[in-house]
Ligand binder design. Structure first.
Ligand SMILES: Cc1ncc(COP(=O)(O)O)c(C=O)c1O
Length: 397
């Protein structure tokens, strides 16, 4: 039997044969990258004419096939508490980051790690700096990922949202001024790359500020999209954790590039002292077997990472070309979403896209006229581009 070698060009410098894809990355990737919809979206689409989901920054390629295999092998063990798969996962993570198991904490998604971080930092401020809750503030960029503000408010902590600067960058100078003018303990939340802008923070000022961490100045750095970021310009704050900085937490997730949002796997990297403080805030047995098993498989699936990055690059190139042709500005992209102008009210644009069968991001503070667009498969983005061009013909963008 002749096996046809089909080369699929999915992005600059990444070429995989169909056999390689099926063997290592799986059918979902072949479908997604050759123009059919990903397995997850295709399934939803066949159930009902489901909208195109370009709103929540999930990995449009679906679940890595390596994870599906690992899950089907390990699910019969689900009657047991997940100690063994969790230990295996944490050991793999420790090796991946070059840290010890004592520098890691598991979360039911990184959202839970963010909550534990806020709770531990508030407790640190009260126990170790003698602060009252009214003397603790959370300082965060606006817009950014908002749940940390909810967690802080729930603890009675004042939230100060500092608008992005005129280039839509996180305004470190203004955030530092807010800290300097406050006579209490500050918890700083930074999202790098930032959601919704997809922009990276400048490394030197970030690292210089992180180096000043203390019980009165604690940092949470959210790197949910770090794996997508430009490796030439992105420096993970895990390096600062390794420098024995006890008042810093870096959060990461398997919900984005690893395609496991529904299994709820996130983690934090921090000094052992901070991990102990966070563990006191966590619920017992917050890990689940499926999440641990799938995440362990995903962590070593380099083919999946390469496919996801190649798909993202191709999708980005398609959208960039269209936005440029339409004269719509867009920001540098360091995630599986981009931020671009829509020449009008964002809510109206979002509603019109919805009517056209495409769900895009919502309106964010201070950025009306811009939209966050999740980068789906190249084929999905072709549909988006065709729709955007039709919107221009209608005079809507
Ligand atoms: C910046 C950022 N951080 C954290 C999260 C939470 O992700 P999860 O709880 O699924 O790990 C998200 C989800 O969209 C996000 O965009």
């Amino acid at each position: 039997m002749i096996i046809k070698r089909i080369i699929i060009q999915i992005g600059e410098g990444v070429e995989l044969s169909r056999r390689e894809l099926l063997g290592a990355g799986g059918a979902a990737c072949v479908l997604a990258l050759t123009g059919c919809q990903s397995v997850s979206h295709a399934t939803k689409a066949s159930a009902s004419a489901a909208p195109l989901l370009l709103n929540f920054n999930e990995n449009a390629l679906g679940v890595p096939p390596s994870c599906m295999r690992a899950l089907s092998q390990q699910l019969p063990q689900a009657f047991l508490y997940p100690d063994a798969p969790k230990a295996e996962f944490m050991a793999a993570l420790a090796q991946y980051h070059g840290v010890t198991a004592e520098q890691l904490i598991y979360g039911n998604g990184s959202s839970e790690v963010l909550k534990m971080s806020v709770d531990a930092m508030v407790t640190n401020a009260i126990d170790n700096a003698g602060a009252k809750v009214t003397e603790i503030q959370l300082v965060m960029p606006d817009p950014s990922y908002g749940v940390v503000a909810d967690y802080a408010s729930a603890r009675g902590v004042k939230v100060v949202a500092v608008p992005l600067n005129s280039e839509l960058q996180i305004d470190l100078v203004a955030m530092q001024a807010q800290v300097d003018s406050f006579n209490g303990c500050s918890i700083i939340y930074l999202c790098n790359p930032n959601n919704p802008t997809s922009l990276l923070m400048a490394t030197d000022p970030l690292q210089a500020w992180l180096a000043q961490a203390s019980v009165k100045l604690q940092f949470i750095v959210d790197e949910a999209y770090g794996e997508y970021a430009n490796p030439k310009t992105f420096v993970s704050a895990v390096a600062a954790v390794k420098a024995e900085n006890p008042y810093l937490v870096v959060t990461r997730t398997f919900s984005k590039i690893y395609g496991l949002a529904g299994l709820r796997v996130g983690y934090g990297v921090a000094h052992p002292q901070m991990i102990v403080a966070m563990t006191r805030q966590a619920s017992i047995d917050n890990a689940n077997l499926a999440g641990c098993v799938a995440a362990t498989a995903a962590l070593s699936d380099n083919t999946w990472l390469a496919l996801s990055l190649a798909s993202q690059a191709r999708a980005l190139a398609l959208v960039t070309q269209t936005l440029d042709a339409l004269g719509l500005k867009h920001l540098d992209c360091n995630a599986n979403f981009m931020f671009h102008q829509v020449n009008g009210d964002t809510d109206l644009y979002q509603q019109r896209m919805k009517a056209a069968g495409i769900l895009v991001g919502r309106k964010f503070n201070h950025t009306n006229g811009w939209n966050r667009l999740t980068l789906g498969t190249p084929e999905q983005m072709e549909k988006f581009c065709r729709t955007l061009i039709q919107f221009r013909q209608q005079g809507w963008v």
